[in-house]
Design a protein around this ligand. Structure first.
Ligand SMILES: [Mn+2]
Length: 229
């Protein structure tokens, strides 16, 4: 089944749509969103609604949990965690719903966020938002770490990994570095698909960021869409 992994969308729904238009998508094709669909960008609700429509259209859409979806769920579970989410881009997400308080988010969306898996494996690819924690006996055992891990490439246990390749997001990376990972995929076995798309919208572009990326697991092709928010 043709499968495409997509990096951190962060509410950049117009860019998400533009990227999807680049893909030769057929009904039944699978999308794996690598987490952080929401927060910071202009239309978090629209991103989730688009996932709902894609599913109605017959696509299999696997939406991994990112640290931002976890911050939202933590806020729903405990009012004292509201501020932590809101100051980390949750306010923009809440505004996209036209709501003033986290506890007003409709159950339909909460169920969507609660159902997000922490990792997903398909066709020789291990997909996870932050990354595995190779300091643990089972690098996938600590769910919290999977959402927040950074700078783990030097610790990869290739025996544990076997013939799999890791696809991840969470840490905005410049295109040059991503392209190097892409060229070395056979040996390195990891690819970051987060080029910090939302930072173009936020006007915080200090470096070569601002694109949303998709990777075709079957053809090994990289698709690049500039932020159009
Ligand atoms: Mn993240």
């Amino acid at each position: 089944m043709p499968t495409y992994a997509i990096g951190d969308i962060h509410g950049c729904n117009r860019t998400f749509q533009a990227l999807l238009e680049q893909l030769p998508l057929q009904p039944g094709d699978k999308l794996v969103l690598l987490g952080d669909l929401i927060d910071r960008g202009p239309d978090s609700k629209g991103v989730v609604d688009l996932v709902f429509r894609l599913r109605e259209y017959g696509h299999r859409v696997v939406c991994l949990r990112g640290n931002h979806e976890q911050l939202l769920l933590d806020a729903i579970a405990d009012e004292s965690a509201w501020n932590r989410w809101l100051i980390n881009g949750g306010l923009e997400a809440l505004e996209s719903f036209g709501l003033a308080r986290p506890d007003q988010i409709p159950e339909l969306y909460l169920d969507f966020f609660r159902a997000m898996p922490f990792w997903y494996e398909t066709d020789g690819f291990l997909c996870v938002h932050g990354g595995p924690d190779f300091s643990l006996a089972d690098p996938l055992e600590n769910e919290h770490r999977l959402l927040w891990m950074r700078r783990w490439y030097a610790d990869i246990d290739y025996q544990w990994l076997g013939d799999r390749t890791i696809l991840h997001g969470h840490t905005p990376e410049e295109m040059e570095m991503i392209e190097t990972q892409y060229r070395n995929l056979e040996t390195g076995r990891y690819l970051n698909l987060d080029n910090g798309c939302v930072y173009a919208y936020r006007g915080m572009l200090r470096s070569d960021l601002g694109r949303l990326l998709a990777f075709s697991l079957d053809e090994g092709k990289l698709f690049v869409q500039k932020c159009v928010e």
